[in-house]
Design a protein around this ligand. Structure first.
Ligand code: CTP
Ligand code: CA
Length: 235
């Protein structure tokens, strides 16, 4: 770098980010969805692009997240579409960040025509389990289908319950998923979903647990990028 020039520490790093919520279709007019706004994922995309990264965002439903400039945006709707896009694009990524809120289940049957109200009351909706995209990417890396150097980052949205708090659930999820970093966010009651601010913990495979003080999703994005940058191979 020229003296005094600001280094773009992620110059040329290919970052693949999933963002927003998935929608699992029931019929041509209805879906099962969630409250994800896509704001944290888009904040990551913007921050990474500002640091020189080549960013691809695979985006589901968003709300008030704006349009991240200077990034490639791939629209998806359902978890299966997201899974396909991530699998295809993972092989050319240096970093994969799963910030999307992926539906755990999808309706078994997608009706071709609008489901009618009828006269016999509501029929139950049968669900099946979506693939765990994050865990699948980690498995692909283990099998060598994705480069071993690829850094994989997950998110965990937790409310805590009578079996443990937010951080307890985050630790257990981190162990289950096998990713390199896990961002643990408390959700519910006005936290995380749709808000401008975020908080939580950043867990690393080195065993560090870094508290993330309540701050803007923009600043939190920078903290996450700061944590993953040293995990990249020397360039
Ligand atoms: N995730 C995924 N595929 C799914 C579900 C989740 O890739 N089918 C990813 C999310 O994008 C996130 C991480 O896994 O990065 C954790 O998602 P979360 O819903 O918190 O965890 P689950 O494993 O689904 O566990 P649970 O919902 O039971 O807490
Ligand atoms: Ca889930």
């Amino acid at each position: 770098d020229a003296p005094g020039a600001l280094p773009f520490d992620l110059a040329g790093v290919r970052i693949l980010i999933s963002a927003g919520g998935t929608r699992e279709p029931l019929d041509p007019v209805r879906y099962l969805g969630n409250h994800s706004s896509g704001k944290q994922g888009f904040a990551l995309a913007r921050a990474a692009a500002a640091r020189g990264a080549e960013v691809t965002v695979v985006a589901g439903s968003t709300s008030g997240a704006g349009e991240p400039a200077g990034v490639q945006r791939i629209p998806i709707s359902s978890a299966m579409e997201l899974s396909d896009e991530m699998a295809e694009r993972a092989v050319t990524a240096d970093v994969i960040i799963m910030a999307a809120a992926v539906a755990d289940f999808r309706p078994v049957v997608i009706a071709d025509a609008k489901i009618k109200k009828g006269t016999s009351g509501p029929a139950p909706i049968e669900l099946e389990t979506n693939p765990d995209i994050l865990a699948g990417l980690v498995q692909s890396r283990k099998r060598g289908e994705i480069a071993a150097e690829t850094v994989i980052v997950g998110f965990a949205a937790e409310t805590g319950d009578d079996t443990g708090g937010v951080l307890d659930h985050g630790r257990a999820k981190f162990a289950r998923k096998g990713c390199d970093l896990l961002v643990v966010n408390p959700v519910g009651a006005g936290k995380a979903f749709g808000t401008e601010d975020n908080t939580g913990w950043l867990l690393s495979t080195a065993g560090t647990e870094t508290a993330l003080p309540l701050t803007s999703k923009t600043l939190l994005a920078s903290r996450i990028l700061d944590a993953l940058a040293p995990l990249l191979p020397q360039r």
